[in-house]
Design a protein around this ligand. Sequence first.
Ligand SMILES: C[S@@+](CC[C@H](N)C(=O)[O-])C[C@H]1O[C@@H](n2cnc3c(N)ncnc32)[C@H](O)[C@@H]1O
Length: 366
Amino acid sequence: MHNWQIIISGFVVFFGILLYFYIDLEILKSYYNMATYSKKDYKKFIDSYSLYEKGITVDKNDYKNNVSHIYETNFEKNTNIINETYDILHDICTIIGLKKMYIPPEFDSNKSIQENQELHEKNIAKSLNVKPNSKILDVGCGCGRISNFISKETNSYVYGININKKHIEDAINFSKKEKNDKTFFKYGNLNEPIEFEDNFFDAIYVVQPLSYCNNLDNLFKEFRRVLKPNGKIVLSDYVLLDDFDKNNENHKKLLFSSKKIMEALNSRYYKYFEKSAEKNNFKTLYSDYFKKDDNTYTGSEINQLKGALNKCSSIYKTIKKMDVFNILKTYYDFFDNWELWSNDLIEASEKKLWYMSWKFVFQNKK
Ligand SMILES: C[S@@+](CC[C@H](N)C(=O)[O-])C[C@H]1O[C@@H](n2cnc3c(N)ncnc32)[C@H](O)[C@@H]1O
């Protein structure tokens, strides 16, 4: 490609994106990042997806038969691969408006996905039930957007840990921009001991990193160590439901592709979480779909998911149209695959085989 073609293409894309997103600098930065990642980075990103074909799958029958939920693996190697996914996925999520990298349950069908995320986080904050100026741990804190929200909502200190250095850097910058001096972020791996003193936290919450946990028993043991007596843990995460059968060929096929769109490693029947928590002296206070303030169930996450996917595909089409000199061509195969995988995820959600935001509340018994 000639230099003048690159320059014109750059201008077309730049001003197009500027108009499309009403000059959102974060989105522009991510678009720029995507256009400038090296072929090597992009290959690592694509190759990282083969990890999500692995992991342990333990369903309701396994639970009844006492099959272990522990995934024996080299967690350091997997940590590197997961970082290779999120290094670029983080930019894709930013472009589609999901800086908080998760799909929430539907609290209000008239509201946007971002507003539903806030309603979901308000619900978590309420269940944490902490006094002002408490210390709260956010495990797998992504880019710290949820930590900032929960910190303001509870008027408390939130400590976020994550394995991805780019996410941590982004989280620290965001807190500075927000002038929030009640959030702290550092590297932390949920498959390793948590680097905080005993009884440090008043509460813990987790939004969707638990498929990367190889041993739930060890994690809950660590939660118990760092959490004060009577402190609560609120989890909102991916679990297998009663109807999922890992020997059913269609379920297997749906799981194989859905795990890639969810970037999920391990899949576990929800009772495994309760059992691990209880083994570590926690009491299960809640294990169910999220409920709204009026005590009715939230709507399915499918509508939220469909909304996000529609947005993703319309942005993808726009980018394709504007990208006249194919600067982003490397990503097209990925987005085409995403559309295919997402159909399977929608089918599985409709069949209620698994759920991305199952809510658990556990309390540390004295
Ligand atoms: C689906 S996102 C969860 C959304 C996130 N809570 C947020 O605030 O946007 C998963 C997050 O878990 C992090 N993660 C993956 N493996 C992890 C591990 N072993 N320990 C801690 N964080 C991990 C990823 O880097 C990513 O930020």
